[in-house]
Every structure is written in C-alpha cells, then in structure tokens.
Design a protein around this ligand. Structure first.
Ligand SMILES: [Zn+2]
Ligand SMILES: [Zn+2]
Length: 201
C-alpha cells in the first residue's frame, strides 16, 4: 500500500481539492484496511472489499479512492444516513469493521491546536496528528451481503410490464403475475415527475 502522504495526494487529485474530509477519509480507509488485513486494495487484493458509506461528503471520495471501492463496481454501497461512518467488509475472510468519526474530535482540534486561527487549517492539522483512538470509534460487526448485492452478480435482465424499461439486479416487484420496476410499482418512490405540457390538466 502507498504511504499516507501519497494516498492523500491522490485523494486530492480525485476529489478536486485538499480538505479535512480527505484526511479523515484516507485515515478511515487505511485503518479499516489494516484491521481487515487488506494490504493492496487496489492491487492484488482488489475485489476483496465492499464498503458501506453512511454519508455523501468529502470523506466519501477519499474512502472510495483508497479502497478502490466504487459505485460503478457495486463495491461502494451508499446508506444515506448523514453519519460520518463507514463499514468495510473483507469478502475473503467475512470480517467486517464499522468505523465512526468521533464527535469530539473537533473540540479536541480546538484545544490542542488553539494557536492555529484558521478553523480549516486547525482541523486538517488535527486530523493528521490525532491518534486513531482519538479520531475514531471502531467496532467489529457482521454484514450480510446478499448474493445479488455482490459486485460480480449477474442477474437476469427483465423489462418492466408498465414502462418497458430494462431492470437489472432483480430490482423489480412481482404483482398479479407482472414484473414492475420500483418506480412503477410505487410512484411515491419516484424522485422525478414528468413535466406537464401546456394545456394538460
Ligand atoms: Zn472536500
Ligand atoms: Zn416501470
């Protein structure tokens, strides 16, 4: 695995800027890889990790970069819980670790680096130098990754009986003998509404 500084540099490039979240994310991912004995997540050990992230913020990009777990590979699972936390599972051993960034690390940063006036700089320095114990709570957990959620899963592709759009990875419901996509099955789930044309009711 590359050094912390090298990973941080790469994270900055991928993310577009350097920020406290990059430092936090790189450290979370490094900690998890160490505990799960995944030495080369983007090399020899690729395909071993699945990662559940609980927030879509800066640190998420760094976690994806270091672990090689990406949405497009189905190895990055997003749980929109608004928490600075992530769970990492080693598919080869079955072990899983949940890592949460501690709330009091901001306060700790303020106390320990009071001489740095700029809050962002203060936080970045703290996130570099505080120990893992000061920054994170870690917990061994079990995570069930169903076969259809696995990165390499190949399911049959079906078409929705209503909108006729193709559906992958078994994301359909069966109703009255018909297969429906999730948005046709439950319009409440729809995040979009068609625009009404003028003159339509
Ligand atoms: Zn950022
Ligand atoms: Zn449909």
């Amino acid at each position: 695995m590359e050094s912390f500084e090298e990973l941080l540099r790469q994270a900055e490039v991928v993310h577009g800027h350097m920020c406290a979240g990059q430092i936090l994310g790189v450290r979370m991912a490094l900690l998890a890889c160490r505990r799960l004995e995944v030495d080369e997540p983007r090399g020899a050990d690729r395909k071993k990790l699945v990662c559940f992230v609980e927030i879509d913020r800066c640190a998420t990009d760094a976690i994806g970069m270091v672990t090689g777990c990406r949405l497009g590979k189905r190895a990055l699972k997003f749980r929109d819980w608004g928490k600075m936390a992530a769970t990492f599972k080693n598919l080869a051993t079955g072990k899983a670790l949940r890592v949460v960034a501690l709330e009091n690390s901001r306060e700790l940063a303020r106390q320990r680096y009071a001489e740095i006036e700029n809050k962002g700089q203060q936080q970045m320095r703290a996130y570099r130098e505080l120990t893992d114990e000061e920054l994170f709570h870690e917990q061994w957990v079990t995570v069930d990754v169903a076969p259809r959620e696995m990165p390499g899963y190949k399911g049959a592709r079906v078409n929705c009986a209503e909108c006729e759009e193709g559906i992958n990875f078994d994301r359909f419901v069966e109703r009255d003998g018909q297969l429906l996509c999730l948005s046709c099955a439950d319009p409440q789930l729809r995040y979009w509404e068609p625009l009404r044309r003028e003159g339509e009711a």
